[in-house]
Design a protein. Structure first.
Length: 475
């Protein structure tokens, strides 16, 4: 159903119709479009633009249409340009010409951005919930493996011994930062643009604050031009999704490496692996690899939108129609990726012997020698040099630095006394890192406890926000 055309002598060319048509993808906004229109009709009634009888008839028809949309009984057709024209067509079919009355005082410009915000709030909470569940799963595994010693890496080279639980928990911190960004997004963007009209506001909607409250927003945008042209909120959430995708990619990369024959640290469950069409023996970590692959897609969705927004004049421009598909894609891909990645980690088997087998390889205890000297009042620069000489001696002998005997060590420097020996174990190296962010057992247990508190807090926030906005969708 066309929402414009009175001043045109003819309809648009077929090529223009095809180019302009967005209903194939923006139909996802249909439930939100109905809800926003219901709030708008209530506002028109309060302003005396629509009388009570007509308002009740329009609202009743909109509610009926919402149920038909939910069940699939009503959907778009070839004549619809966008979700708004489809909804209006459905309304006019039910109540005739009166179905066009609800358009007074609003524009597709403020309607679509309001619909889109509500869609994002609804789906952001879904993504946040799945992200919290993934962090919780990682922490559960980390807690089970709390005593497992592992080599820590920098530059993919052995660095220092750590607890494997510390290695796993790092991912939870990153994931919860992603959730925090989503929470921050909702705080900043819980403002309604409805009532802005095409760009100048509307004399027919004098109290948009009431409508905003009915839609569960916490306020109203204060500049109508900014309201209809602002897509910062879209770019922000696409950044949050892209950053989440990067974190998921890093998880995928680690599990892909750990699952190799060479590492053998983890065995993935058959239910979260795939085979080869030609090599019967293959068991591939496709979930982990797809986590890496999809990160590029999330990044592309963000950069594509930023390129679209660059240099746009104010206020609304049709370019902004291109804001939705990147979001829909990122949301839908995250909501299939996150549960699969969670299941992969939850069902994985970790090979403790393999993980700790070469924990001291690569002269991993060299820093312990330097720290021992520092505790004996040797300046660190000198201690670093002495430790490096010990490594060089060990390399010349074809052994690890901790395997040097007391004579070797004292020959490097007389201050390397036999007391050093008790520091040259993975266990003592780990136990010495007792700072709040360290890898000692005490520190990691405390860290996991703090993560548990954060997870409960975020879960509570998600439940609270879902409850707040459930009224918005409770048609």
């Amino acid at each position: 159903m066309a929402l414009w055309g009175g001043r045109f002598a003819s309809g648009p060319d077929e090529s223009v119709l095809k180019l302009s048509r967005s209903v194939d993808f923006d139909w996802r906004l249909a439930p939100y479009d109905v809800r926003v229109n219901l709030a708008h009709v209530a506002g028109l009634q309060r302003a005396g633009i629509i009388d009570g009888k007509d308002g009740a008839l329009i609202s009743s028809a909109l509610i009926e249409l919402a149920h038909e949309i939910a069940t699939g009984a009503f959907t778009f057709n070839e004549s619809d340009e966008d979700v708004h024209s489809a909804v209006e067509r459905g309304l006019v079919t039910k109540i005739g010409e009166l179905g066009g009355a609800f358009r007074a005082g609003r524009s597709r410009n403020d309607l679509v951005v309001t619909d889109f915000k509500l869609y994002l709030i609804d789906h952001l909470l879904e993504v946040a919930d799945e992200t919290v569940l993934l962090a919780q799963t990682i922490d559960t595994v980390a807690t089970k493996l709390i005593g497992q010693v592992a080599p820590g890496f920098t530059h993919l080279q052995h660095a220092q011994p750590i607890l494997f639980s510390h290695e796993l928990a790092k991912h939870s911190h990153a994931l919860l930062r992603d959730v925090d960004r989503m929470k921050d997004w909702l705080t900043r963007n819980s403002v309604s643009p409805l009532g802005s009209g095409a760009l100048a506001g509307s004399p027919l909607v004098p109290n948009p604050e009431i409508i905003a409250a009915e839609l569960s927003f916490q306020g109203v945008t204060r500049n109508s031009i900014d309201a209809v042209s602002d897509r910062d909120f879209v770019a922000e959430i696409l950044f949050a999704f892209a950053m989440l995708g990067v974190h998921l990619s890093r998880i995928g990369e680690e599990f892909t490496i750990w699952n190799t024959q060479e590492f053998g640290w983890v065995t993935l469950d058959d239910g979260f692996s795939t085979g080869s069409s030609i090599m019967p023996q293959k068991k591939n970590p496709d979930i982990a690899e797809l986590a890496r692959g999809k990160s590029g897609r999330f990044i592309g969705n963000l950069t594509g939108l930023l390129a679209t927004l660059k240099g746009l004049p104010f206020a609304y421009n049709r370019d902004l129609q291109e804001d939705k598909e990147p979001v829909f894609d990122s949301v839908e891909q995250l909501l299939v990726l996150l549960p699969a990645l969670r299941g992969m980690i939850e069902t994985a088997t970790f090979n403790g012997e393999k993980i700790s087998a070469d924990v001291l390889g690569g002269h991993a205890l060299a820093t312990e020698i330097a720290d021992f000297l520092v505790l004996a009042q040797v300046p660190f620069a000198k201690a670093h040099e002495i430790s490096g000489k010990a490594v060089a001696l060990a390399q010349s002998k074809g052994i690890e630095v901790h395997e040097l005997n007391d004579t070797d060590l004292s020959g490097v420097d007389p201050r390397l006394t036999p007391d050093l020996r008790k520091s040259l174990t993975a266990e003592s190296a780990i136990a010495s890192r007792v700072s709040i962010n360290g890898t000692s057992t005490k520190s990691v247990v405390a860290q996991l406890g703090q993560l548990e508190v954060k997870i409960k807090s975020y879960s509570g926030w998600i439940a609270s926000e879902r409850k707040r906005f459930s009224g918005m969708m409770g048609i």
